[in-house]
Write a protein that binds this ligand. Sequence first.
Ligand code: PBG
Ligand code: ZN
Length: 317
Amino acid sequence: MQRFRRLRSDERIRAMMQETRVHPKDLIYPMFVIEGENIKNPVDSMPGIFQYSIDRLDEILSRVKEAGIGGIMLFGIPVHKDPQGSQAYAEDGITQRAVRFIKEKYPEIYIVTDICLCEYTSHGHCGMVRGEEILNDETLPYLVKMAVSLARAGADMAAPSDMMDGRVAAIREGLDQAGFTQMPIMAYSAKFASAYYGPFRDAAHSAPGFGDRKSYQMDFANGQEAIREIEADIEEGADIVMVKPALAYLDVLKEASLTFKVPLAVYNVSGEYAMVKAAAAKGWIDERRIVMENLTAMKRAGAKIIITYHALDLCGV
Ligand code: PBG
Ligand code: ZN
């Protein structure tokens, strides 16, 4: 008889046998920065998450620093929105100013900037729009401008989340030409059109004004296509590739990790966070244990980096 239980018999041997561990350095904490002064707005659908104005960022950045996590992912929320999303690549845009502030006051914090236009466009789509159509090639130069502008502000990494075809190659070329040959790109490669982004769109004011994102984000029924998307982004020069959301897509993550020897990230998205928080608030689940189980599963499935709103809670700061 195989006696598996020999290696489960007490805490010490179980700890030694553990194949997967989640470390603070694996985690990236997403943050919402809003224009204005003295603002700390709770996001109703994401308990514990707030929109901060730059002058209130210290409160959260000091916690990030203390937690010793891998980095932060910045999402800016501008006051002014227009069809071209001009505040996404404005020198004094909200995200550019936030990056400069953080870089100067917290140089030890690694800053990943989400590259997408939906928080900045009046129509709320991730690209340029003609009629009801979301344009691909016409969008690319704007994404490049955004990435270069944030690199100039001091961002450490660019993470394009728009799902336009060819954007990784375009951004790589734009960054290189501007002298940022050392700036890595983490591509949201297999990003599915998902109802799990609902709370995020409240937090980032980025819900599409018409239609949905299904003409550019992936159909959640498709696993093989996800592998092709990831392959294309690697060929275009992505340094890290991402699967998003996480929990319902661990099969995709696992297959990607077996197929490609490239660092993988996974995004534990807003709806996943909201479900855990809601059940925990009702006393129906043990939040800490559930979060640890979820994040460990993501690493077991092959993720190197986990982007998660639970990061600070998990680190107990
Ligand atoms: C922007 C973007 C979204 C998320 C990350 N970047 C929203 C979307 O695509 O609608 C979702 C993150 C989350 O739900 O936590 N394109
Ligand atoms: Zn977008």
